[in-house]
Design a protein around this ligand. Structure first.
Ligand SMILES: Cc1cc2nc3c(=O)[nH]c(=O)nc-3n(C[C@H](O)[C@H](O)[C@H](O)COP(=O)(O)O)c2cc1C
Length: 224
């Protein structure tokens, strides 16, 4: 695949085969991703690659606490709930996913089941937790750099036939993530990436989310 084929073909994957992913392959993907640019080459990111029993415990702890009504404790600012055009886009992709999965608007059980899947990181065999050095927490460059490496990672994975979904849902309960992934105190949890081999028959995996046109997003200045 050339670069455009990777980027244009990649979609978030929310249904996985249970097959394991080798450590060697994940190391290869991380090495490619870590070529991402960062502010003054600070490379503020670290990765906790979790599988097997520790991942099962994270899933279980996250799910149990969310069901018990424990307030989420993610380590990044989420701001106000989306409104207006941002909310429209959020609803837009949710509608696409629910339509693909045959989940009706008033089917509360099926919707709840979908949310629960998210808390389990869609049962992917691997979860990559992206953290950054606490010493850099006051710079907006730091989450920017983590985004750059994460985008590179999902595309490097896709080019090798692996699916991913970047997620905030799977790390709602940061204490659980910290405990079972053994995250060091000098690290802040930025985001999680579920990773594994895509389940071909899983309808949501085929959803191509919408994008604004370039002319909506870009302002060209001085082009005549
Ligand atoms: C910062 C971030 C957080 C996300 N969190 C979730 C999540 O918690 N659950 C989920 O299903 N998808 C999550 N996503 C995936 C987005 O919904 C998805 O990237 C977006 O709808 C565009 O779709 P695409 O990735 O298929 O192009 C997240 C993506 C990003 C970048």
């Amino acid at each position: 695949m050339n670069y455009d084929e990777v980027v244009l073909g990649r979609r978030s994957i929310r249904g996985y085969k249970p097959d394991p992913v080798s450590r060697e392959l994940i190391e290869e993907i991380l090495a490619v991703a870590m070529r991402a640019p960062s502010s003054m080459n600070s490379q503020p990111w670290n990765f906790y690659v979790v599988s097997g029993e520790p991942l099962r415990r994270i899933r279980q702890g996250n799910t149990e606490r969310m069901l018990a009504g424990v307030p989420q404790s993610r380590e990044f600012r989420t701001g106000q709930p989306f409104a207006d055009r941002h909310r429209e886009r959020q609803v837009g992709v949710a509608k696409q996913l629910f339509a693909a999965m045959g989940i009706a608007r008033d089917d509360k059980d099926a919707r709840q089941d979908w949310v629960m899947r998210g808390f389990r990181q869609f049962d992917a065999p691997v979860c990559v937790i992206v953290t950054y050095d606490r010493a850099l927490q006051d710079s907006d460059d730091t989450p920017f750099d983590c985004g750059a490496v994460t985008n590179a990672l999902v595309n490097a994975a896709w080019s090798r036939g692996l699916g991913t979904v970047i997620n905030s849902q799977g790390i709602m309960q940061s204490l659980v993530v910290r405990e079972y992934a053994g995250i060091a105190d000098d690290q802040i949890i930025m985001k999680s990436i579920a990773l594994g081999w895509p389940e071909e028959g899983f309808a949501a995996n085929a959803v191509v989310s919408e994008r604004r046109s370039v002319n909506e997003a870009a302002t060209f200045v001085g082009f005549g």
